[in-house]
Design a binder for this molecule. Sequence first.
Ligand code: ADP
Ligand code: ASP
Ligand code: MG
Length: 406
Amino acid sequence: MALIVQKYGGTSVDGPERVKNVARRVVETRRAGHQVVVVVSAPGDTTDRLIAMAKEISPNPPARELDMLLATGEQMSIALLAMAIQDLGEPVISLTGPQVGILTDGVHTKARILEVNCTRLRRELEAGKIVIVAGFQGATPDNEITTLGRGGSDTTAVALAAALKADLCQIYTDVDGVYTADPRVVPEARKLSCISYDEMLELASLGAKVLQARSVEFAKLHKVVLEVRSSFNNNEGTIVKEVQDMEKAMVVTGVAGDRNVARIAIYDVPDRPGIARALFEALAKENINVDMIVQSAMRDGINDIAFTVARDDLAKAVEVTERVKEQIGASAVAYDDKVAKVSIVGAGMITNPGVAAGMFACLAEEGINIHMISTSEIKVSCIIDEEHLTRAMQALHKWFRLDQEA
Ligand code: ADP
Ligand code: ASP
Ligand code: MG
């Protein structure tokens, strides 16, 4: 008997037929003799709709109340799935994140899991029940309801698998694995049978939303092996795990695109110690993640600084930057939310010079202008105009021959 954590995403539980389909799959696993914990997301685009509802009431809804609202989406799914499983004759119980003991920090709408208390879960499993847990949500030590950031149900699943020392963590979604690029954007994308935590973490952080980046970070930390599969067929999926054999690493494993990007620039910043600190400390204090940062070469004792943030954070980030502008005596703040980030990822880049140059050559041949660049040992990212993103992803996929078996 194994202990298996299965996570089903929003599309997989969108409507009664799909909920019943998931119920059959869960029951099948249980009847094969395994203990099963199931994590589910809100149905379909429920979370988007709830956010839109909140914005109809208030342009800037308080984060605590937003979490209170968003958590209801997942609560619908757990109850409905539990009913469907009950009808198939298996003992089952649904539990919310707080009921399970998923303890988080208090950063509403992007809380981090601090601890998972498994007492209740173990008790229910030992009583022979299938346990259905609401993804994406937890509670602070003061019992305030929090959510874990978009795509956070993946992290709930991995956190439960780690805490329960589960034998397997399966992520069931609407694609049958991790591909060399989003198959909806690049139709020639190829399914990968296996990918390392590090490459998956980069892809996810750079916009491949098939897994939430934090879930991969968590999986790597706790050595949870992930299997990404489809809830609509029985195709073999993709295994995400530690890969030792870096010799065989692909130079480029995948291409990712991210539209949730905005660029902010602050002009004529005095060139003296403490300026970057003033700006980025102020942003950090508001829990705004800054991604790329570029400071221009100094001329006449002044610099320009440009940086990127998630689009959802743009309004707040501009407000903070305007405030800092006054404090440090910069001349102006500008922003652009019609940009996107295109990236290539591959563990083999470390030992293969010229990969970045290849990316720039490809974008140049497409006539796509690059606004900002950032590199690490295993990725290169470029900020480009959003209107070119799809074409850039398709061209890079072709340029690095990702449609062909290595
Ligand atoms: P779920 O609701 O099951 O969590 P998501 O919509 O969050 O599903 O993630 C699945 C989607 O991720 C796919 O439909 C696909 O369009 C997208 N995706 C982006 N990049 C990739 C990739 N490299 N491989 C597979 N899917 C990807
Ligand atoms: N329902 C949440 C979202 O749409 C969490 C998830 O699907 O993982 O982001
Ligand atoms: Mg998801």
